[in-house]
Design a protein around this ligand. Structure first.
Ligand SMILES: C[S@@+](CC[C@H](N)C(=O)[O-])C[C@H]1O[C@@H](n2cnc3c(N)ncnc32)[C@H](O)[C@@H]1O
Length: 480
């Protein structure tokens, strides 16, 4: 790839090793993933990978993350079932920057009612397709709440799919422009802003194809507005992480500096022991930034063989100038917490699978979509409250694949164990003929398992398991 001369002119003077930086942009970093600890433990995944013959390398600063020797690591059972999530290592940093605060949130009692309402969770303000929202949900160990928001209705489809595949019942999805977000405040916010994505050029050379300094200026103005909007939804004393996957100081330190000038905010230090990084810049093209900006972190691609990233951890002063906390009336919640459809699904799970479920955290839409979500829903216009577990139509319950992955693990009836070969065919979208018919299962929906893991839902009819796997989950897998 030919790097634009103006691009090199801007960045070579900023890096510690210009030759290594240039080389790193020409070579893809190795594939990496994070174990989705909502569904699996790192050691269990490591053991299965060793059976597959795929070598994994541990990551010193994150025990849930691994680098894979096999580029096609997505073609594993673990990926198909949402036990792992493919993600660049640097993109795992923003949620980790919030780890101490997430740990406090996880164990915090519910706050008292306040005006504007305080949502006791973390807002992922620009969340699609959900890499970091899923990681936040896992770092919260399925407790508390992640409000995953994205302005793009189209991209929230992928966001919902990914969060459901992760089994994130503590995540809810909404689609609002952050600049007209409803009036409420959060103790924690992640703003992973839209950016010029220069840091992804090592994986995707197209990222630099339309590179123009003018685009950077335009994005910086958008980011300034987004950061102000996000900050105004932060509780006094709360913490916000601002991140981008770009190198441009205008989109990084320049945006954080803009906030420091407009609001009562300060930067917190960030530490990732074992990660190579550089401090944020305190000056750029003749403009001096606050010395606080050296607490921000820049990760250049050559330092750890990852994409490039920038992050700043910002704290809101406990007392400051009163700021507007949002716009727009809240519509009434559409989700019914105790209705007929919820009762039908819980009763169906009990009789068909002998799975008992607790009463809290069930929600039904007027169209019969029944979801398993957090115990208390935030008063926000939600698109999806947790994981879609089943659909009820004319009183008939149809469990979903994600629902049975989530709830079916303890099923004592209507469980069908598949061999590795059969699971591979099922995940590829085929029906599976069973001969002899499975003992302990009658015609109707069954929980399919493989290697003791819940694979999801199948429809058993006269000795054949009909394939009901959602199309988006079908894939060819090599390792099972
Ligand atoms: C860098 S991506 C986020 C990636 C995501 N955090 C992840 O880790 O998967 C930026 C996102 O910001 C969203 N976005 C852009 N403008 C927005 C706005 N005004 N309000 C909310 N979301 C916005 C875009 O649709 C895009 O999905």
């Amino acid at each position: 790839m030919d790097l634009p001369p103006a691009f090199l002119e801007r960045y070579l003077p900023l890096v510690d090793d210009p030759a290594a930086f240039q080389d790193s942009l020409q070579e893809k970093p190795p594939k990496s993933f994070r174990v989705n600890t909502l569904k699996a433990a790192p050691q269990e995944v490591q053991e299965r990978f060793s059976e597959y013959g795929i070598a994994l390398q541990a990551v010193p600063w994150y025990p849930d993350a691994f680098v894979s020797s096999e580029p096609a690591v997505g073609q594993t059972l673990d990926h198909a079932l949402g036990l792992i999530y493919l993600q660049d290592l640097a993109s795992m940093l923003p949620p980790l920057a919030l780890l101490p605060e997430l740990e406090q949130l996880r164990d915090a009692p519910e706050p008292e009612e306040q005006e504007p309402p305080v949502i006791p969770g973390v807002l992922d303000a620009c969340a699609a397709p959900g890499s970091k929202a899923g990681q936040l949900a896992a770092l919260l160990q399925g407790r508390s709440l992640v409000v995953a928001n994205d302005v793009s209705w189209g991209r929230t489809k992928a966001l919902r799919f990914n969060l459901e595949k992760m089994g994130a019942t503590n995540a809810v999805v909404m689609s609002r422009d952050l600049r007209s977000f409803p009036a409420c405040q959060f103790p924690l916010i992640l703003l992973d802003a839209p950016c010029s994505a220069e840091g992804t050029a090592c994986r995707n050379p197209l990222a630099l194809e339309r590179w123009k300094p003018r685009l950077i200026q335009r994005l910086a103005r958008i980011q300034q507005r987004l950061l102000l909007a996000a900050f105004d939804h932060l509780l006094p004393g709360g913490v916000l992480v601002y991140s981008t996957c770009t190198f441009a100081p205008e989109e990084n330190e320049g945006v954080a500096e803009f906030l420091l000038q407009q609001r009562s905010a300060s930067l917190e230090p960030l530490r990732f022991p074992g990660l190579r990084s550089s401090p944020g810049l305190t000056a750029w093209e003749g403009e001096d930034f606050s010395p606080d900006l050296s607490k921000a972190v820049r990760v250049w691609p050559h330092q750890n063989r990852t994409e490039g990233f920038f992050l700043a951890k910002i704290r809101k002063a406990r007392q400051g100038n009163p700021e507007p906390a949002g716009r727009g009336q809240l519509p009434p919640l559409l989700w019914d917490t105790g209705g007929r459809d919820v009762a039908a699904v819980r009763s169906y799970l009990g009789t068909r699978f002998q799975v008992a479920t607790s009463a809290a955290g069930w929600y039904a839409s007027p169209k019969g979509v029944v979801s398993r979500g957090p115990p208390l829903l935030p008063p926000l216009p939600l698109q999806a409250p947790g994981v879609h577990a089943a659909t009820v139509q004319e009183g008939r319950v149809k469990p979903s694949t994600m629902g049975l992955q989530l709830l079916g693990g303890h099923a004592r009836k209507n469980r069908v164990n598949l061999s590795a070969e059969q699971a591979r065919e099922y995940i590829a979208g085929e029906d599976i003929g069973l001969s002899p018919p499975p003992a302990g299962a009658t015609d109707g929906y069954v929980l399919l398992t493989v290697r003791g893991l819940p694979l999801g839902c199948g429809l058993l009819q006269a000795g054949v398991v009909r394939n009901v796997l959602p199309k988006a989950m079908r894939q060819a897998i090599r390792w099972c």
